[in-house]
Write a protein that binds this ligand. Structure first.
Ligand code: PAP
Length: 339
């Protein structure tokens, strides 16, 4: 990996990309962070090789604090995704399913609050802003999100009955979605560009936020086979193909199945329409708001919402290369993706 630098300084220009203030690190954490291999990624942050994954430098202190201090409750729900695999959508769906007896769709908080605020990233938001965030006030069940790989989750998540819903996406669309996202974020802050080829080469080496992608997927896939009652493993393409079926599966998994009456009344179909790309994208809050007030604009979380958009960007050589790589890495797992 030629472009890994062992530079041991922290770049003062790193900004809290997703809004909010960053926590002060302890001397001990700072020492750990300075010893990690570092690569340049996008302009506003580097990646640090931490516990077998590439951690965005802007989140490292929040991630360490989360690992050290988070105490999961049996009733907690963790939404875990590889970035750009439909996190925003999953947050809206689970929030709506779980809170359906509190608010009907016509009075849903999602009409005026972006899913990322209702279901925060626990490491990148809560523990990045404060080493001991107050988590008491979250309504039960608490719903949190993270992009962390299975092997690096805090032990209390694994040792309690807290449930995990994992969502991933075909790697070709994931890559294109991430590339667009960082371009959009970057263009609002700097003028430099990163070519598709340049970023593609990196991801094929496993160098991307929370990558390697294949390790992330395999970690949750294997764990979900061993503990199907704890981990529900989902794919973006399946959710697109039969959203109603998967809304029911999520509700069953979380122990709040839809009643026969709800099904007859069409509650599930209504929920699916409410959380759809078209509906969410056109809500005023998602057109004009920003992550935590001054992070990325929310509209960049709603780009196209399709399966197969990679065909508009990748050459046949690139798609074949990435597909072959994923096949090799996922060999023997029986995991495949629709494209
Ligand atoms: P995150 O992991 O950084 O939070 P995430 O929400 O996973 O981001 O990624 C956004 C992707 O989900 C976008 O995909 P695209 O670039 O291929 O278009 C976005 O369009 C898609 N997305 C957001 N909301 C929905 C939705 N309600 N239904 C389907 N796709 C959605």
């Amino acid at each position: 990996m030629s472009n890994i630098s062992m530079e041991k300084t922290v770049d003062d220009s790193e900004k809290p990309l997703f809004g909010g203030l960053m926590v002060e690190s302890t001397d001990q954490n700072q020492e750990i962070v300075l010893s990690l291999p570092r690569v340049k990624y996008w302009d506003h942050f580097d990646l640090l090789q931490y516990q077998r994954f590439w951690c965005p430098s802007v989140f490292i202190h929040g991630i360490i604090a989360f690992q050290k201090h988070f105490q999961a409750l049996d009733s907690d729900i963790m939404l875990i995704t590889f970035p750009k695999s439909g996190t925003t959508w999953l947050k809206a769906l689970v929030y709506t399913i779980v809170n359906r007896s509190r608010h009907g769709l016509e009075s849903s908080p999602l009409l005026s609050i972006n899913p990322h605020e209702l279901v925060p990233f626990i490491d990148a938001h809560l523990y990045t802003q404060n080493q001991s965030p107050d988590l008491e006030d979250f309504p039960t069940p608490r719903i949190f999100a993270t992009h962390m790989p299975y092997a690096s989750l805090p032990l209390s998540i694994l040792n309690t009955n807290c449930r995990i819903i994992y969502l991933c996406r075909n790697p070709l669309d994931q890559f294109i979605s991430e590339w667009h996202f960082f371009h959009r974020v970057q263009h609002t802050q700097t003028t430099s560009t990163h070519s598709l080829d340049e970023v593609f080469e990196k991801i094929c080496q496993g160098i991307q936020s929370f990558g390697p992608y294949w390790e992330h997927i395999l970690g949750f896939w294997k764990a979900s086979l061993e503990q199907p009652n704890k981990i529900l493993f989902l794919k973006y393409e399946d959710l697109k193909e039969d959203n109603v079926l998967y809304i029911k599966k999520i509700a069953d998994f979380l122990g709040c199945p839809f009643s026969e009456e709800e099904v007859i009344q069409g509650v599930v179909e209504e929920m699916s329409k409410f959380c759809s790309f078209e509906n969410m994208k056109n809500l005023e809050v998602n057109k004009s708001g920003r992550m935590m007030g001054h992070g990325p604009e929310y509209n960049i979380y709603f780009r196209k919402g399709e399966v197969g958009d990679w065909k508009n960007y990748l050459t046949p050589q690139m798609s074949e290369c990435l597909e072959k790589l994923m096949e090799e890495k996922l060999d023997g797992s029986s995991l495949t993706f629709k494209k």
